[in-house]
Design a protein around this ligand. Sequence first.
Ligand code: SF4
Length: 337
Amino acid sequence: MAAEMNNGARLRRLRGRLLDWYARHKRDLPWRRTRDPYRIWISEVMLQQTRVAAVIPYYERFLDRFPDVGALAEAPEQRLLAAWSGLGYYSRARNLQKAARAIVELRRFPRDYDSLRALAGIGDYTASAVASIAFGLPHPVLDGNVLRVLSRLTAERGSIQSQAVRQRLRETAGRLLDAKRPGEFNQALMELGATVCLPKRPLCGQCPVSRYCEARRQGQQNELPVNAVRPTPRRIEKQLLLIEQDGKVLLWQRPADSRRLAGFWELPERQQVPSAEVQESVARFRHTIVNTVYVVQVLRAAVQRIPRGFGWKSRKILERLPLSTTAKKALARPLGR
Ligand code: SF4
């Protein structure tokens, strides 16, 4: 297939089949109903590290609160973080606001790859996605889905973690790109990876480009792509206390200079309130951050006196507070018994 990627007629047929399939089978997602670069940018940033189904409600709520670049640039930080709370990787929200302020200074949304790439939090992928989808510029995108599809189409044997392999696949993506419809084409390739060319057991029988796929021809589609071995995740046990009184929950706020999650509200950990009287265990869940798995147990408890640094917050206003994801998950359990 690598050599075939230089065969113009074959490439045109492959593009045509992929674009036809995309037109008929694409999922109806809110950010696909717009060419507004602001909305496309927000969706692309949210979709980094987060699944589509999880992003949709956040995306809609976020745009209700911050419908344009100006509203985002002016938002108070606590309001911004509250809107992002639960999506994780909070530097993404802070960078969005930095970039929004820069765009307000520029007085217009940047319209080319280099000006987009110069904004806070925008890397190769996001710059290419916004440039191609919002402005129709010919920049190929390379996300996890695209890497997988391309490594199978070309039967790439090197690890997709390797820079040399990524560069090779980037060049392939550039040759494959439909220069007239780059935004549609990039989305089609990502959609193929997300819905058909799945990481485990790709659905080759439903694939519009199976006849061009070298991995399938060789019966290697389940073996590719090659991934460098990831280190075993670290496991950390945590106990959080759910202390409630008159519809209020006991919380603490991370200081502004905290290394992680500065300004976010948290449930107390057990060792922070040694005098708490534990009554029962009400929930247990896992929360994964990069290579660490937190196993969190939520304990209902009571205290005689509020320890220093903690405060009661009404359940009614929790939605407006930036809560850490673990606090949010713990509070989402059916606890108000
Ligand atoms: Fe992926 Fe199978 Fe299509 Fe090849 S034929 S691109 S392995 S779904």
